[in-house]
Design a protein. Structure first.
Length: 65
């Protein structure tokens, strides 16, 4: 999911007194398939006793000149 701060209204103050206005940030929220419990054909999100959950998320950005 991507959250872009559309509902920020300038009432939140961040580090060094910076005001967060509408669309002042982007948050990349990694997660499993959100509707997995309702879609049997999708991978399960259930973790059984004794199972271990591991996850890795890598973001790579580049700029072309």
């Amino acid at each position: 999911q991507v959250y872009t701060g559309n509902f920020l209204d300038g009432t939140i103050t961040g580090k060094k007194g910076i005001i967060y206005n509408q669309r002042a940030s982007v948050c990349l929220e990694t997660q499993h398939y959100p509707d997995s419990p309702n879609k049997l054909e999708w991978p399960t999100v259930v973790l059984e006793p004794g199972q271990t959950y591991n996850s890795e998320c890598v973001f790579k950005f580049s700029v072309e000149k």
